[in-house]
Ligand binder design. Structure first.
Ligand SMILES: [Zn+2]
Length: 571
């Protein structure tokens, strides 16, 4: 099977795709476009961007077809030895999970470009890229075919779908780790010294590799595009946007950028190889449900900070601060009372990329809670094994026993068994924290490393209202109302337009002033306009309390606690 992809008029945003199919025979072929992109857990219905579907046999006879599902084209091929398929794909979503094409970049997110043939995902395939004439570079994790220009090979469609391709004029730099080449394909050259940048990426990679102990690929490609959002992990590449979020010249921005890359990089182990059983081989046609994204994503967040700490980019204080933020992010929203980490994982297909105004009242992020659960697992294992074992041993065991030995993912129970085997004890409490909304006893776990974590609610300056607002064309609109907050109790609603505050025309500044300089018990008269009319509401402000989750050293840690701390997070 071979694909050819051309992009002669990139400003139209249409790729032209030709698929030559001569390795298989049958009466009918079902050509299917994936419904989602692995790693990006939402149904994208990539088939909707396809037009000009045309299919003929090797001698030019047009073959009849009909659509039988939203992403399946069934073709009568009459046992023809050669089938030629062609179609065009509209590609104008700036996303790591969609193809994109304009006069500056061709980003081939493969699940949106290449159809498979039902029943033949295991078939080898080659891809020839015909870039726009003004472009000279192609970057991908696919294997180049020797002596064939711009042609790449995948042993099966799972590999093809895991290898995005960037065509353009990106700068390509490289470094080696253990003799293995790592390519950095970057659209907008970083505003820092290239040699330092490459050397830092190499240090980051070495730090991540040292956790598992081996590099499971022949080459790795960092595909770094400029404007846009997000990143997506692959088995020997990543596709990320640098956006405007990271000023690399600013030391803090640079650390955030390295942490982001460490996250996407570590996924080559955690999720691409160390994986829940449902996450590969994938069903590309529907949701692939798992309870385990708190581990696949959240524990990857945890490791991005551990990797940077061990590589010397984050000191202990900075690392603990990052872990604190993950804890604060979900502990201080009402959603943590309603949604567990496992349920957040399972329901991500509906919720994560589709956040409503009520989301933080009812849901959490498995990135945040998963990171916290990673902390608990690591500290508990170190404590129970007299600091002989750690979460690293769990990762290695999953990698060697399941990925390499059994060549498959693990079930929820198998994952727990591995954790408990490494710990040498029951981890009932931590797995209960993962699958319920039970309050977590953080101080117990942090004390294993001689640390104190402040979980006491503290009164903050100012008063508490409990709404988010934004100004739209001079109107102050409520964007969300925190469950059980004063605003909630006063019957305010998302979507309400605030007209007046205490008789004065409402502005963002006025509202801010009332809350910041207000006192608990203050009454605020709010005139609101909503679908059902105008009405006054009286809100009674409350005191604002927050748990800081500040992490500080215990006064007199014993040698065992200190040993755990020193091995866990380097100074
Ligand atoms: Zn991730």
């Amino acid at each position: 099977m071979s694909y050819a992809v051309s992009m002669d008029q990139p400003w139209t945003h249409y790729y032209h795709v030709e698929f030559l199919c001569e390795g298989i025979r049958g009466e009918t072929f079902d050509f299917r476009m994936p419904a989602w992109t692995p790693g990006y857990y939402v149904i994208l219905d990539l088939a909707k961007y396809v037009i000009n579907f045309h299919v003929e046999d090797g001698t030019g006879n047009i073959l009849p077809w009909e659509k039988i599902t939203k992403n399946t084209w069934q073709v009568e091929v009459y046992d023809a030895p050669v089938v030629r398929l062609s179609y065009d794909v509209y590609a104008f979503n700036q996303s790591v999970a969609h193809p994109f094409l304009d006069d500056g970049r061709g980003f081939i997110s493969p699940t949106g470009i290449f159809m498979d043939v039902k029943g033949h995902l295991q078939h080898p395939v080659t891809v020839t890229i015909k870039p726009y004439q003004k472009w000279g570079k192609i970057s991908t994790g696919l294997e180049p075919v020797q002596e064939k220009f711009n042609t790449f090979y995948a042993p099966d469609f799972d590999v093809l779908y895991d290898c995005p391709i960037l065509a353009g004029n990106q700068e390509i730099m490289s470094f080696e780790v253990e003799g293995i080449p790592h390519y950095v394909a970057q659209e907008n050259p970083a505003d820092i010294d290239d040699q330092k940048y490459l050397s830092d990426l190499k240090t980051m990679v070495e730090s991540a590799v040292s956790i598992i102990g081996e590099i499971p690929y022949k080459h790795y490609t960092f595909i770094i595009m400029d404007r846009g959002m997000g990143g997506l992990e692959h088995a020997n590449s990543m596709a990320v946007f640098s956006g405007s979020r990271y000023s690399l010249a600013d030391p803090e921005g640079y650390k955030r950028w390295l942490a982001f890359l460490a996250h996407e990089y570590f996924h080559l182990y955690n999720v691409k190889r160390i994986r829940p059983i449902i996450l590969g081989p994938f069903d590309y046609n529907r949701e692939n449900y798992t309870n385990m994204l708190w581990f696949s994503e959240g524990v990857t967040v945890y490791y991005e900070y551990i990797i940077l700490n061990r590589a010397g980019f984050l000191n202990r204080k900075e690392t603990l601060e990052q872990l604190r933020r993950s804890i604060v992010n979900y502990e201080n929203i009402p959603g943590h009372l309603f949604q567990s980490a496992t349920m957040s994982s399972f329901d991500t297909w509906m919720l994560f990329f589709n956040r409503s105004e009520n989301a933080s009242n009812t849901t959490i992020s498995y990135y945040d809670k998963g990171c916290a659960l990673g902390v608990l697992l690591d500290l508990k294992i170190r404590h129970e094994t007299n600091n002989e074992k750690s979460l690293d041993d769990v990762m290695r065991s999953l990698y060697y026993d399941y990925y390499k030995e059994k060549n498959r993912g693990f079930t929820d129970q198998e994952f727990r068994d591995v954790c408990e085997e490494v710990a040498g004890c029951s981890l009932e409490e931590i797995f209960e924290y993962a699958s319920t909304t039970k309050a977590i006893d953080y101080p117990k776990y942090f004390s294993y490393a001689g640390l104190y974590i402040d979980t006491i609610p503290r009164e903050m300056p100012g008063a508490y209202l409990g709404t988010g607002v934004r100004e739209v064309e001079g109107n102050l609109i409520i964007t969300n109302v925190v469950r059980n907050s004063p605003a909630w109790q006063a019957d305010l609603s998302p979507g309400d337009t605030i007209i007046e505050l205490n008789g004065i025309r409402a502005t963002y500044e006025l509202l801010n002033e009332i809350v910041v300089s207000g006192k608990p018990g203050d009454h605020v008269n709010i005139l609101v306009s909503r679908r059902t009319g105008r009405k006054f509401y009286e809100v009674i402000l409350k005191k604002k309390t927050l748990k800081s989750f500040n992490i500080t050293p215990l006064d007199n840690p014993d040698p065992d606690q200190l040993a755990i701390l020193n091995d866990w997070i380097i100074n």
